[in-house]
Every structure is written in C-alpha cells, then in structure tokens.
Design a protein around this ligand. Sequence first.
Ligand code: 0L1
Ligand code: MG
Length: 261
Amino acid sequence: MAWDYDSVATELLACEAEVREREPISDEWPELASDIEGAYRIQDANLQKRIERGEKLIGVKLGLTSRAKQQRMGVDTPFVAWLTDQMILPAGDPVPQQRLIHPRIEPEIVFVMKDRLEGPGVTAAQAMAAVGQVLGGGEVIDSRYRNFRFTAGDVIADNASSGAFSIGGVSVKPEDIDLGTEGILVEVNGAIVDTSTGAAVQGHPGEALALAANDLAKRGLAIEAGWIILTGGITDAYFATPGTSIGFHFTNLGSLYFYGG
Ligand code: 0L1
Ligand code: MG
C-alpha cells in the first residue's frame, strides 16, 4: 500500500477501534521514521478525526521526556501529543482492557493550566507561572505497534501511544512544591519496583511544559488555559495485565492505584 498522511491516521485509528496491533508504518514507508513534521501532520489528522466523532480536546501529553523512557523505547526525541476527554480514566476504575491492546502504566506529574502559554521562547520559569495546579497522575499507554516497536515518526503519528490517564486527588500550587525533588515510588503487586524524582523529567517538569509550548508554536498552536498537561513518564511503564495492581506513591502529591481488572 502506498501510504500518505491521511491514510496513516485512518489506519492507526482503525487499529485502536478494532484493538488490533500492527507493524510500524515505517517498515513500509521508511521516510516516515525521520519525517517529524509529517508525523505531526498525521497526529493532527488523527485529532481532527477524533473531534469529528465527538471527542473533546482537553490537553497535551509529552512523551519520552525522561531518560528511563527514552532508553526503554530506543527513541531519544521528546515529543507532544493530544489528550481528549475519551482518555480520562476515573481514578480507581479498572484499566479498560476491552479497548486496549497491551496497556502499560507510567507515573506522571500533571499540570492544570491557569493561563494560556504560547511559544516560541518560553522558559521553564515562564511555563510554571502559567500553571494553576500540580497533581500526581498516571498514564495508561497503548501503542498500536506490535511489542511497542516504533521509530520517532511512527510514535508521533500514533499520538504517542495514547490510551487513558488518571489524575490523583491531591492538588498543590506550583509555588508550594519543589518538583525537581518530588519523589515517586512505583509499586507492582505490593512490591516497590522503581523509584525516581521529578528531575528525571527534563531536569524539571517545567522544562517539559516549556518544551511543549515551544514545540506547538512551530505548528502555530498554543497551550490553552484549563488544559491538562501530562509531562511524561517519570519511570519505565509497567504492564497492566488482568490481576495486576500498580500503585504510584508521590512524596507530596499523594498516591493512586491502577487495577489491571
Ligand atoms: O510519557 C511518555 O513518555 C509516553 C511515551 C509514549 C511512547 C511509549 O512509551 O509508548
Ligand atoms: Mg506518558
């Protein structure tokens, strides 16, 4: 098949709807691997199709902002993708296995924006000044690619493996927390399997937010007031198979659990 940007967007959404995995598009269209601009066109076409079917754009997620994630996925370029209301998983609800291919869960520091933030040239300090609330959260990632094997172009086109996300119940003001030293413990089935701090995310999650604003500016877009921002997985992601329970314990941002169902 001769691929173009729109047909890739259609195929990736069909994989999601049919809970079907596939090989990376770049296996058949090698230029896509490094065509970052084109991959974002696919991502935007994917968003447009979601909006046409009734989903609401509610924010942005960053991907591969930590070394742990970059090493695991073999891609060292951070990127942005879209969050819609369909991706909200109420905290404590089981992972919706019936609509996901191979869900994995990762801890995230989450921002709710107070003000609009528009690049280019946004610094971390300017970015943090636009944040209204900081919360702990977790993302359920679900690549449409078999074994999460992808290039940068593939994963950007696939809306950065979006699946679902939950936000914890503890909210603090950005000036009341040192996000660089905010600790995170990852618990799987009762055992602590991973630890990290907010500094794992680009040195400070505010840097990731600035990166998102500056990256979106290249497409003439901005981060809007009220949007939710997932700043990127702090640690590796853990498989959420049925029967698994995964807990994220933050120093100041509370705890939340995900249940594999
Ligand atoms: O938060 C993240 O780093 C999400 C990365 C999405 C790509 C993936 O790991 O499948
Ligand atoms: Mg993530």
